[in-house]
Design a protein around this ligand. Sequence first.
Ligand code: PGA
Length: 242
Amino acid sequence: MKPLIAGNWKMNGLQSAKQEIERLIEKFSGAAPDDRDVLICPPATLIAGFAANYSDEAIQIGAQDCHPETSGAHTGDVSAEMLADAGAAFIIVGHSERRADHGETSDIVRAKAQAALRAGLTPIICVGETREEREAGEALNIVGDQLDGSLPETGAEIVVAYEPVWAIGTGLTPTLEDIGDMHDFIRSKTPEGTRLLYGGSVKPGNAGEILAITNVNGALVGGASLNADDFYPIIKAAPGAM
Ligand code: PGA
C-alpha cells in the first residue's frame, strides 16, 4: 500500500504560508516521490490557491472539515462540493478537535464522510480514545464504537486515522506495541485496502519507527507539518525508495 503522509495545518496559515510549500518542493529537488502520497490540508482560505499552484508538484491538497449538505442555508459552512471545486482531493472528518469543540457525533462524522464521497473526494475519518479511556482499558472499545458509527458503507476509497486524543499536540505517543495493536484492530474492522494513518505527536525523530509498524500506512501530522524542515524528514521516513 502506498504510504500517505498528510499534514493537518489546523487553524494556522496565512497567504504567506505558500513559502513553506515552496520550500518543501525545493527539498524534493524537482523529483517528486511517486512511491508515497503527500497531502497538505491547510485552512479553507488557502485551499484554492494551493491547489491551483502546487497540485502538479505531487503535493495533494485537502480540507479539514465539510458540511454534510451540498448547499443551503448554513451560514459559515463549506460543502464537500465547494471543496472539490476549490481543488481539494481529501477531506479530514471527525478530527477529535471537532468532535470535542463542535460536539460532532459519529453520526455527523459519517454524514460528512458520505458528503466527501458524494463530491468524489476521499474522506480521512479520525478516531481515537482519551487518556481516561485508555487508562480504563477501554481504548479498543471506544475506537471500535467510533468506527462502527463513523464509517460510511461504500466501495470507494476511504482513509482512517487513529489519533489518540492524549497524543495530539502533547509530545506523548503510545508505545509502538499499542499503536500496532490498535492498527491491527482497525484493519480487522475496515474494508480491504483502506490506508490506516497514525496521528498524534509524529515528529522527525519518531516517524521512522511508527511508519514501520505493520498496518500503519502513513501519518496524519499536525504541528510538525507546518514547516518544511520537520515535514520533509517525516515524508522521507515512510518506507519506500525515496
Ligand atoms: P500533532 O497533531 O501532530 O500536532 O500532535 C496531529 C493531529 O491533530 O492531526
